[in-house]
Design a protein around this ligand. Structure first.
Ligand SMILES: O=C[C@H](O)[C@H](O)COP(=O)(O)O
Ligand SMILES: C=C(OP(=O)(O)O)C(=O)O
Length: 358
């Protein structure tokens, strides 16, 4: 008799079972007051997306959170700022735990919370939930990128806004996931600058789907979704350059309208729109706010990468070298510039009476 040849798991080193979403939620529950607050933030975003609330929704915060204390310190500062500008701007904290990589690199706090390739996802998921709960407690809405369809079961109850990134907007798995998410979803244009993948994503995600997923007990199941109508396009530039200027926005508006999708744009001031130079984010912000003030109300929001301190630092095996409050992924503007840019934007919007225009 010939020997049995293993035909699967040949390249798998190990599989480690995780607690179920329900087990983690029982350990770290969202309170009734917290759930009411998050539902209310989502309603505010719906109003902004419908054009009934003329404030700008600005998603702002670190490129990635790699340290809980620094993330919470940032959230406290942002809350104070958010309260000062809330008549013109809805500030949503960027709380990114899952990083898509062009090739390889640190994949974010959920995947590798100890920053040392030990991939302790059980801890990563717990820390992510803890941070989101504290941010909810501080009184801020939170936005994240969802990079794969298991994570939402563990944290989506705490999110006000989600993004599907440039590298995954074309993926059917992500579009199906988005069709079942309970909050608005922004789709980035592709890394090549193409808008069609994001337009197709919006059309796909507003439809019903049935796909494989996990339930709250962690069991494999068929997920039937209703479709998510709160899609919008995030313009992030591409390999051929930026796409935030008036001409690009006009072309994008025409393209979306032709596809039967309401033109609602968030402009990402970072990534290819700033040629990955964090210092250029302010130029993008200024240009887009001026367009909004000039009457372009298809612009409903912006995204800015900001941290306690500016720039970024390399992650090496010597973790003692890491400086507090500096990004270990893309470069970010620091707190002083953040405060100045948001307060200036607030003053400009107020002077132009953008919110009170009918
Ligand atoms: O926002 C973060 C990065 O731009 C994205 O994760 C890709 O990073 P990488 O090109 O350094 O891998
Ligand atoms: C990875 C990100 O952006 P993009 O998908 O546009 O590269 C991000 O916003 O962190």
């Amino acid at each position: 008799m010939s020997p049995f040849h293993p035909t699967q798991d040949i390249n798998v080193l190990e599989t480690i079972a995780l607690s179920s979403p329900n087990e983690l939620k029982a350990e770290l529950p969202l309170t009734a007051e917290g759930s009411e607050q998050i539902a209310e933030y989502r309603e505010q975003l719906h109003d902004i997306l419908r054009g009934e609330d003329k404030r700008l929704a600005i998603t702002i915060g670190p490129c990635s959170i790699h340290n809980k204390e620094a993330g919470i310190e940032y959230a406290r500062k942002l809350k104070t700022l958010a309260d000062k500008v809330s008549d013109q701007i809805l500030l949503v904290m960027r709380v990114y735990f899952e990083k898509p990589r062009t090739t390889v690199g640190w994949k974010g706090l959920i995947n590798d919370p100890h920053l040392n390739d030990t991939f302790d996802i059980q801890t990563g998921m717990r820390v992510a939930r803890t941070i989101l709960l504290e941010i909810a407690e501080i009184g801020l809405p939170a936005a994240t990128e969802l990079l794969e369809p298991i994570t939402p079961q563990y944290i989506a109850d705490l999110l006000t806004l989600t993004a599907i990134g440039a590298r995954t907007t074309e993926s059917p798995t992500h579009r199906q996931m988005a069709s079942g998410l309970s909050m608005p979803v922004g789709y980035k244009n592709g890394t090549d600058g193409g808008l069609q993948v994001a337009i197709d994503a919006m059309v796909a995600a507003r439809s019903q789907h049935a796909f494989l997923g996990i339930d709250a007990e962690g069991r494999t199941c068929v997920v039937h979704t209703k479709g998510n109508e709160w899609g919008h396009l995030i313009l992030r530039g591409g390999r051929t350059g930026s796409n935030y200027d008036a001409e690009n926005l006009k072309a994008a508006t025409e393209k979306l309208s032709k596809a039967g999708v309401s033109p609602r744009f968030v402009v990402d001031c970072s990534h290819a729109n700033s040629n990955k130079d964090f210092k250029k984010q302010s130029l993008v912000l200024k240009d887009v706010v001026d367009q909004r003030i000039a009457g372009n109300d298809t612009i409903i929001g912006l995204m800015i990468e900001s941290n306690l301190h500016e720039g970024n630092q390399k992650l090496t095996s010597d973790l003692s070298l890491l400086k507090h409050g500096i990004s270990i992924t893309d470069g970010c503007i620091g707190w002083e510039e953040t405060e100045e840019l948001i307060l200036n934007t607030h003053a400009k919007l107020k002077a132009a009476q953008v919110v009170t225009q009918s």
